[in-house]
Write a protein that binds this ligand. Structure first.
Ligand SMILES: [Fe+2]
Ligand SMILES: [Fe+2]
Length: 193
């Protein structure tokens, strides 16, 4: 049986991975003859990457999943410290990308290479981060956490554990945004025209 909390993490990783891959493909394809659509979609994608992990995904990992794993498994402490640091710097990386994208859109093609290089580095950074969580932290969690830990984790992941912010609860707003972005991303990367 898969734990609810792990299933949620996998689902969120799948959404983030899809968004990262689409951004990479879209930028490789370039604006072509519809620059307006191109920049609109990329801006929305970067907004999604800025908001969703920051507000919902990282907090669950940093505050709920990582601490019990690090407490029980000394071997993972270094990796978990690195992943936590990456959560902290991810926001600055997206903001930088948003700025570079505006530079390309408003100042023209002389700024294109800067954005392309930064986006490529960001996609790699993020995919490596997710891979590390899936290949090291989650397998170790499955080994070292006991039934009581899973009960706590699953409850926190699936209910509004924080009554004021409800910050661990699933947020349909981001699912809707994800769908909207897909509908506007040009085919065959997305479902748009
Ligand atoms: Fe993470
Ligand atoms: Fe993650």
């Amino acid at each position: 049986m898969t734990h609810q909390s792990i299933r949620i993490i996998h689902d969120e990783h799948a959404a983030l991975t899809a968004m990262l891959r689409s951004m990479g493909m879209l930028v490789q394809r370039g604006p072509q003859d519809r620059p307006e659509q191109f920049f609109d979609v990329l801006r929305a994608m970067l907004f999604y990457m800025d908001e969703f992990p920051e507000r919902l995904h990282h907090t669950k990992e940093t505050e709920l999943l990582f601490p019990p794993v690090a407490a029980r498994s000394a071997a993972t402490r270094e990796v978990i410290a690195q992943l936590t640091h990456e959560h902290d710097v991810g926001e600055a990386k997206v903001r930088e990308l948003q700025h570079l994208l505006l530079g390309w859109e408003l100042l023209g093609d002389s700024r294109r290479a800067d954005f392309e290089a930064a986006l490529k580095a960001y996609v790699e950074f993020y995919l490596t981060h997710i891979r590390l969580e899936e290949s090291v932290v989650i397998p170790e969690a499955l080994k070292v956490l006991d039934d009581a830990d899973w009960m706590l984790l699953d409850t926190a992941f699936t209910t509004q554990s924080n009554p004021i912010t409800g910050k661990y609860a699933r947020e349909p707003l981001y699912d809707r945004l994800f769908t909207r972005i897909a509908m506007h991303t040009p085919a065959p990367i997305g479902l748009g025209s």
